[in-house]
Design a protein around this ligand. Structure first.
Ligand code: ZN
Length: 152
């Protein structure tokens, strides 16, 4: 990987900002859902606590990321974009994000749902880093499908 390509990627202001100042970094006490994922390949970790309101929408998120800038900032962006959405809505955004990371350009409406995550398109040039961008979503998706199986 050419060093100047990497500089360009990390030079993305949003990625840099989320890496340095992760959003929703306060840990929630007794959350409704806890989601964790670890990528043993590069040591990245993503840890989430999620609270749901009476309508089943995400009301509060706590997030901690450990590892590279891509993983940390993608988790921070995720913690913002899922607020106000039902778990089905979160799954939909997750699908949009995965599509985007594998080359599908989001529509304007989809880009609005993805928020700051649209800044991750530069990561597509570094296939090994796509896993870092997707780690946080894999944690959330696993936990949502488990949660939904437990519903009557
Ligand atoms: Zn990584």
């Amino acid at each position: 990987m050419a060093q100047n390509d990497l500089d360009e990627l990390y030079g993305n202001d949003l990625i840099r900002d989320h890496n340095r100042n992760p959003r929703n970094s306060a840990k929630l006490n007794s959350p409704d859902l806890v989601a964790d994922a670890v990528n043993p390949f590069c040591g990245d970790e993503a840890h989430f606590q999620i609270n749901l309101d009476g309508q089943g929408r995400v009301s509060e998120v706590g997030y901690e990321g450990v590892g590279c800038a891509i993983c940390r900032s993608a988790g921070s962006m995720l913690s913002e974009v899922i607020k106000g959405h039902t778990l089905e809505g979160v799954e939909e955004i997750s699908g949009l994000f995965q599509d985007m990371m594998f080359g599908v350009e989001p529509s304007e409406e989809q880009a609005a749902l993805l928020g700051d995550l649209t800044s991750m398109t530069g990561v597509r040039a570094f296939p090994i880093r796509i896993k870092c961008a997707l780690l946080a979503w894999s944690a959330i998706e696993d936990r949502i499908s488990e949660h939904q199986r437990r519903q009557p």
